[in-house]
Design a protein around this ligand. Structure first.
Ligand SMILES: Cc1cc2nc3c(=O)[nH]c(=O)nc-3n(C[C@H](O)[C@H](O)[C@H](O)COP(=O)(O)OP(=O)(O)OC[C@H]3O[C@@H](n4cnc5c(N)ncnc54)[C@H](O)[C@@H]3O)c2cc1C
Length: 253
């Protein structure tokens, strides 16, 4: 393995379409270029970078006589998020979980999803919906453990040690709010407020689950509804970036 180099340009294919060499560039300040010769190359630089390399080396495709229309288009991120709140009636402890904290994986059986035959019959895209923790930053959830997690993520050095920035942000939503109410939640829920999440912070869970894969019991019987949806490329909008104001409006409705 050669580390510290970036695959850049392939030499042009010969009459048989064979590529003989690849230039790699040092990622250090020297930017040194090195030629790699090989009988075969496998391009495995991930979705975006493989595409970027192909676009940079468009000469690969001359043999085809055309550029594949999907090259560089239709990249799909996850279409996922909390779309609604749900509140159940009755005793919250008789809901789906008895323990205070269980990993998301353990409740994967509680995902709501249409069956494959139903999706095919109705020509629908696949979407999964499941219960999730309500928004951490809003102390109305009255969960001491959630408030503890929220406040922990706000503490400058501690927050960074406990979780990577993206996960910390998913918990705080970038807000610093209602500290007093969060402290009240923690005090009301002691000792569970502190003990519930301790195994996750110390990496001490039986199956080594990590944050944020934690699903917390809501004493308010109040949960968020999380969705994860399949999507299809929209060939109608074509390749026009950046989108015009009009086009953008039509996409966002
Ligand atoms: C936030 C996130 C969450 C995800 N969650 C899931 C999940 O839950 N389940 C799932 O199945 N998939 C998930 N995926 C997708 C999954 O990570 C990818 O499908 C998978 O990693 C692709 O593997 P790969 O080997 O093709 O590319 P990569 O894992 O992207 O590896 C490509 C490698 O090539 C290197 N590289 C790039 N360009 C060059 C270059 N020019 N020269 C030299 N080296 C280069 C990169 O540094 C990298 O090491 C997730 C992706 C992201 C970003």
């Amino acid at each position: 393995m050669i580390a510290g180099y970036e695959a850049r340009d392939f030499t042009a294919p010969d009459a048989q379409g064979k590529v003989a060499a690849l230039y790699i560039r040092a990622t250090s300040e020297t930017g040194e270029l090195v030629v790699i010769k090989a009988a075969q190359f496998v391009l495995a630089a991930g979705t975006q970078e493989s595409t970027r390399i192909l676009l940079r080396n468009i000469k690969f495709l001359f043999g085809l006589g055309f550029t594949p229309p999907a090259l560089g288009r239709y990249y799909q991120g996850h279409l996922s998020g909390k779309i609604a709140s749900v509140r159940f009636k009755g005793n919250p402890k008789k809901r789906i979980m008895d323990s205070c904290a269980i990993p998301m994986a353990a409740i994967s059986g509680d995902r709501f999803q249409f069956t494959a035959p139903f999706l095919a019959a109705k020509n629908l895209l696949n979407t999964a919906i499941w219960l999730d923790n309500p928004l951490y930053y809003n102390p109305r959830h009255r969960s001491g453990a959630m408030s503890f997690m929220y406040l922990a993520m706000l503490v400058p050095i501690l927050g960074k040690k406990l979780a990577p920035p993206a996960i910390a942000y998913s918990i705080t939503s970038g807000k610093k709010t209602s500290i007093g109410s969060h402290l009240a939640n923690i005090l009301r829920g002691l000792p569970g407020s502190l003990l519930t999440l301790l195994p996750y912070f110390t990496g001490d869970t039986a199956s080594n689950e990590k944050l944020p894969g934690v699903f917390l019991y809501s004493p308010q019987n109040h949960y968020a509804l999380h969705f994860h949806a399949e999507q299809v490329p929209d060939t109608a909008t074509g390749w026009n970036w950046p989108p015009t104001a009009k086009r953008f409006k039509s996409v966002t409705g």
